[in-house]
Ligand binder design. Structure first.
Ligand code: G3P
Ligand code: MG
Length: 234
Protein backbone atom coordinates (compact mmCIF):
# COMPACT_ATOMS: atom_id res chain seq x y z
CA UNK A 1 0.00 0.00 0.00
CA UNK A 2 1.20 3.51 -0.81
CA UNK A 3 -0.79 6.68 0.06
CA UNK A 4 -3.72 4.44 1.01
CA UNK A 5 -3.73 2.82 -2.46
CA UNK A 6 -2.63 -0.68 -3.28
CA UNK A 7 0.20 -0.95 -5.79
CA UNK A 8 1.16 -4.04 -7.70
CA UNK A 9 4.05 -4.84 -10.00
CA UNK A 10 2.06 -7.56 -11.75
CA UNK A 11 1.87 -7.15 -15.51
CA UNK A 12 -0.97 -8.57 -17.59
CA UNK A 13 0.01 -10.69 -20.61
CA UNK A 14 -2.55 -11.70 -23.21
CA UNK A 15 -2.40 -15.48 -23.64
CA UNK A 16 -2.21 -16.12 -27.41
CA UNK A 17 -3.32 -12.51 -27.89
CA UNK A 18 -6.91 -11.87 -26.86
CA UNK A 19 -8.71 -15.19 -27.35
CA UNK A 20 -11.70 -14.18 -25.20
CA UNK A 21 -12.69 -11.83 -28.07
CA UNK A 22 -10.62 -12.64 -31.17
CA UNK A 23 -9.16 -15.68 -32.93
CA UNK A 24 -6.18 -16.90 -30.86
CA UNK A 25 -2.74 -15.85 -32.11
CA UNK A 26 -4.32 -13.59 -34.76
CA UNK A 27 -3.05 -10.20 -35.87
CA UNK A 28 -6.52 -8.82 -35.23
CA UNK A 29 -6.29 -9.82 -31.56
CA UNK A 30 -2.69 -8.62 -31.21
CA UNK A 31 -3.50 -5.28 -32.84
CA UNK A 32 -6.53 -4.69 -30.62
CA UNK A 33 -4.49 -5.52 -27.51
CA UNK A 34 -1.64 -3.18 -28.49
CA UNK A 35 -4.11 -0.39 -29.37
CA UNK A 36 -5.67 -0.84 -25.93
CA UNK A 37 -2.33 -0.63 -24.15
CA UNK A 38 -1.95 -4.22 -23.01
CA UNK A 39 1.18 -4.71 -20.85
CA UNK A 40 2.36 -7.81 -22.68
CA UNK A 41 1.52 -10.48 -25.23
CA UNK A 42 2.26 -14.19 -24.98
CA UNK A 43 2.33 -16.09 -28.27
CA UNK A 44 3.69 -19.33 -29.76
CA UNK A 45 6.23 -19.82 -32.57
CA UNK A 46 6.84 -22.76 -34.94
CA UNK A 47 8.83 -23.01 -38.18
CA UNK A 48 7.48 -23.74 -41.65
CA UNK A 49 9.17 -26.23 -44.02
CA UNK A 50 11.23 -23.35 -45.44
CA UNK A 51 12.19 -22.13 -41.93
CA UNK A 52 9.91 -19.10 -41.60
CA UNK A 53 8.85 -18.45 -37.98
CA UNK A 54 5.06 -18.35 -37.71
CA UNK A 55 2.71 -17.59 -34.83
CA UNK A 56 0.39 -20.48 -34.03
CA UNK A 57 -0.11 -22.67 -30.98
CA UNK A 58 -0.46 -26.27 -32.14
CA UNK A 59 1.99 -28.36 -34.16
CA UNK A 60 -0.75 -28.78 -36.77
CA UNK A 61 -3.09 -26.31 -38.43
CA UNK A 62 -6.12 -28.56 -37.85
CA UNK A 63 -7.73 -26.90 -34.83
CA UNK A 64 -7.32 -23.23 -35.67
CA UNK A 65 -7.51 -23.05 -39.49
CA UNK A 66 -9.47 -24.49 -42.41
CA UNK A 67 -6.50 -26.68 -43.37
CA UNK A 68 -5.01 -29.95 -42.20
CA UNK A 69 -1.46 -31.06 -41.52
CA UNK A 70 1.70 -30.28 -39.61
CA UNK A 71 3.13 -26.78 -39.88
CA UNK A 72 6.58 -28.17 -40.72
CA UNK A 73 5.16 -29.79 -43.89
CA UNK A 74 3.95 -26.46 -45.37
CA UNK A 75 6.12 -23.84 -47.03
CA UNK A 76 5.32 -20.33 -45.84
CA UNK A 77 3.57 -19.57 -49.15
CA UNK A 78 1.40 -22.70 -48.79
CA UNK A 79 0.59 -21.96 -45.16
CA UNK A 80 -0.59 -18.48 -46.09
CA UNK A 81 -3.39 -19.94 -48.21
CA UNK A 82 -5.10 -21.20 -45.03
CA UNK A 83 -7.53 -19.16 -42.95
CA UNK A 84 -7.95 -18.66 -39.24
CA UNK A 85 -11.54 -18.51 -37.95
CA UNK A 86 -11.57 -14.73 -38.51
CA UNK A 87 -10.52 -15.16 -42.15
CA UNK A 88 -6.95 -13.92 -41.61
CA UNK A 89 -3.85 -15.88 -42.56
CA UNK A 90 -1.57 -17.38 -39.89
CA UNK A 91 0.70 -14.47 -38.90
CA UNK A 92 4.42 -14.58 -39.47
CA UNK A 93 6.61 -13.59 -36.54
CA UNK A 94 7.75 -10.65 -38.64
CA UNK A 95 4.18 -9.36 -38.97
CA UNK A 96 3.62 -9.61 -35.25
CA UNK A 97 6.85 -7.71 -34.61
CA UNK A 98 5.71 -4.98 -36.99
CA UNK A 99 2.36 -4.77 -35.17
CA UNK A 100 4.01 -4.38 -31.77
CA UNK A 101 7.04 -2.29 -32.82
CA UNK A 102 7.43 1.07 -31.08
CA UNK A 103 4.60 0.27 -28.63
CA UNK A 104 5.15 -0.30 -24.92
CA UNK A 105 3.83 -3.85 -25.14
CA UNK A 106 6.31 -6.47 -23.94
CA UNK A 107 6.49 -9.76 -25.80
CA UNK A 108 6.63 -13.23 -24.28
CA UNK A 109 7.72 -15.42 -27.17
CA UNK A 110 7.16 -19.12 -26.56
CA UNK A 111 9.34 -21.41 -28.66
CA UNK A 112 7.13 -24.43 -29.33
CA UNK A 113 9.78 -27.10 -29.40
CA UNK A 114 8.33 -29.51 -26.86
CA UNK A 115 6.91 -31.88 -29.53
CA UNK A 116 9.08 -31.04 -32.55
CA UNK A 117 12.67 -29.79 -32.56
CA UNK A 118 12.75 -27.34 -35.45
CA UNK A 119 16.24 -27.04 -36.92
CA UNK A 120 17.86 -23.71 -36.03
CA UNK A 121 14.68 -22.17 -34.64
CA UNK A 122 16.68 -20.57 -31.81
CA UNK A 123 19.12 -18.81 -34.16
CA UNK A 124 16.46 -17.76 -36.66
CA UNK A 125 14.17 -16.30 -34.01
CA UNK A 126 16.90 -14.59 -31.97
CA UNK A 127 18.29 -12.94 -35.10
CA UNK A 128 14.87 -11.67 -36.12
CA UNK A 129 14.21 -10.28 -32.65
CA UNK A 130 17.61 -8.56 -32.53
CA UNK A 131 16.67 -6.59 -35.65
CA UNK A 132 13.17 -5.60 -34.54
CA UNK A 133 12.55 -2.06 -33.24
CA UNK A 134 11.00 -3.19 -29.96
CA UNK A 135 10.79 -0.89 -26.94
CA UNK A 136 10.78 -3.60 -24.24
CA UNK A 137 13.06 -6.65 -24.02
CA UNK A 138 11.48 -9.90 -25.18
CA UNK A 139 10.92 -12.67 -22.64
CA UNK A 140 11.65 -16.04 -24.25
CA UNK A 141 10.01 -19.16 -22.86
CA UNK A 142 9.82 -22.83 -23.74
CA UNK A 143 8.77 -26.12 -22.20
CA UNK A 144 12.00 -27.51 -23.68
CA UNK A 145 14.95 -26.64 -21.46
CA UNK A 146 17.42 -27.68 -24.20
CA UNK A 147 15.96 -25.00 -26.45
CA UNK A 148 16.59 -22.38 -23.78
CA UNK A 149 20.16 -23.64 -23.33
CA UNK A 150 20.75 -23.33 -27.08
CA UNK A 151 19.37 -19.78 -26.95
CA UNK A 152 21.67 -18.90 -24.05
CA UNK A 153 24.67 -19.99 -26.11
CA UNK A 154 23.61 -17.77 -29.00
CA UNK A 155 22.65 -14.74 -26.93
CA UNK A 156 23.25 -14.88 -23.19
CA UNK A 157 21.92 -11.38 -22.63
CA UNK A 158 18.25 -12.21 -23.23
CA UNK A 159 15.69 -13.28 -20.59
CA UNK A 160 14.84 -16.97 -20.69
CA UNK A 161 12.09 -18.56 -18.61
CA UNK A 162 11.33 -22.23 -18.37
CA UNK A 163 7.70 -23.27 -18.75
CA UNK A 164 6.72 -26.18 -16.61
CA UNK A 165 3.64 -28.03 -15.45
CA UNK A 166 5.53 -29.70 -12.61
CA UNK A 167 6.85 -28.84 -9.19
CA UNK A 168 10.51 -27.81 -9.28
CA UNK A 169 12.33 -28.81 -6.09
CA UNK A 170 14.41 -25.89 -4.76
CA UNK A 171 13.25 -23.71 -7.60
CA UNK A 172 15.38 -20.68 -6.67
CA UNK A 173 18.64 -22.68 -6.85
CA UNK A 174 17.53 -24.36 -10.06
CA UNK A 175 16.79 -21.01 -11.75
CA UNK A 176 20.09 -19.52 -10.64
CA UNK A 177 22.18 -22.50 -11.72
CA UNK A 178 20.48 -22.68 -15.11
CA UNK A 179 21.03 -18.94 -15.66
CA UNK A 180 17.32 -18.41 -16.21
CA UNK A 181 15.31 -15.27 -15.59
CA UNK A 182 12.66 -17.38 -13.85
CA UNK A 183 9.92 -19.93 -14.22
CA UNK A 184 6.61 -19.66 -15.99
CA UNK A 185 4.37 -21.92 -14.00
CA UNK A 186 1.04 -23.54 -14.60
CA UNK A 187 -1.44 -22.03 -12.18
CA UNK A 188 -1.65 -25.23 -10.13
CA UNK A 189 2.04 -24.85 -9.19
CA UNK A 190 1.76 -21.19 -8.28
CA UNK A 191 3.27 -21.60 -4.82
CA UNK A 192 6.77 -22.04 -6.31
CA UNK A 193 9.31 -19.30 -7.16
CA UNK A 194 7.39 -17.60 -9.88
CA UNK A 195 7.89 -15.06 -12.61
CA UNK A 196 4.66 -15.47 -14.53
CA UNK A 197 1.69 -17.80 -14.26
CA UNK A 198 -0.65 -19.12 -16.95
CA UNK A 199 -3.55 -19.34 -17.72
CA UNK A 200 -5.28 -17.13 -15.18
CA UNK A 201 -8.90 -16.21 -15.98
CA UNK A 202 -10.68 -16.53 -12.64
CA UNK A 203 -11.48 -13.21 -10.89
CA UNK A 204 -10.55 -14.44 -7.43
CA UNK A 205 -7.22 -15.88 -8.60
CA UNK A 206 -6.38 -12.76 -10.62
CA UNK A 207 -6.99 -10.55 -7.58
CA UNK A 208 -4.96 -12.86 -5.34
CA UNK A 209 -1.96 -12.81 -7.70
CA UNK A 210 -2.04 -9.03 -8.01
CA UNK A 211 -1.94 -8.81 -4.23
CA UNK A 212 0.89 -11.35 -4.13
CA UNK A 213 2.80 -9.25 -6.67
CA UNK A 214 4.02 -11.92 -9.11
CA UNK A 215 5.80 -10.45 -12.14
CA UNK A 216 3.01 -11.33 -14.53
CA UNK A 217 -0.16 -13.24 -15.24
CA UNK A 218 -0.94 -14.72 -18.65
CA UNK A 219 -4.66 -14.49 -19.31
CA UNK A 220 -7.22 -15.03 -22.08
CA UNK A 221 -9.00 -11.79 -21.17
CA UNK A 222 -6.64 -8.90 -20.54
CA UNK A 223 -9.40 -6.29 -20.32
CA UNK A 224 -11.12 -8.17 -17.50
CA UNK A 225 -7.79 -8.49 -15.64
CA UNK A 226 -7.10 -4.80 -16.25
CA UNK A 227 -10.42 -3.80 -14.67
CA UNK A 228 -9.66 -5.95 -11.61
CA UNK A 229 -6.23 -4.33 -11.28
CA UNK A 230 -7.68 -0.81 -11.70
CA UNK A 231 -10.22 -1.54 -8.95
CA UNK A 232 -7.52 -2.75 -6.57
CA UNK A 233 -5.38 0.32 -7.22
CA UNK A 234 -8.11 2.91 -6.53
O1 G3P B 1 3.26 -19.47 -22.03
C1 G3P B 1 2.20 -19.88 -21.23
C2 G3P B 1 1.32 -20.85 -21.95
O2 G3P B 1 1.03 -20.35 -23.23
C3 G3P B 1 1.93 -22.21 -22.08
O3 G3P B 1 1.01 -23.13 -22.54
O4 G3P B 1 0.03 -24.55 -24.23
O5 G3P B 1 -0.91 -22.28 -23.87
O6 G3P B 1 1.30 -22.56 -24.97
P1 G3P B 1 0.33 -23.12 -23.97
MG1 MG C 1 2.01 -20.51 -25.20
Amino acid sequence: MRNGKMTTQTLIFGHRGYPAKFAENSLEGFRYAVDHNIDGLEFDVHLTKDSVPVVIHDETVDRTTDGKGEIRTFTFAELRQLHLTNGEAIPSLEELLTTVATSNTQLNLELKTDQIEYENIEKIVLEMISQAPLVKPVIFSSFNLETLKKCQKIDAAQQYCWLTMHKVPDAATFVKKAGLAGLHLHHRQADEVVQRIWTINDTFKIRHLFKQGVAGIITDNFEKAGKIRDKLMT
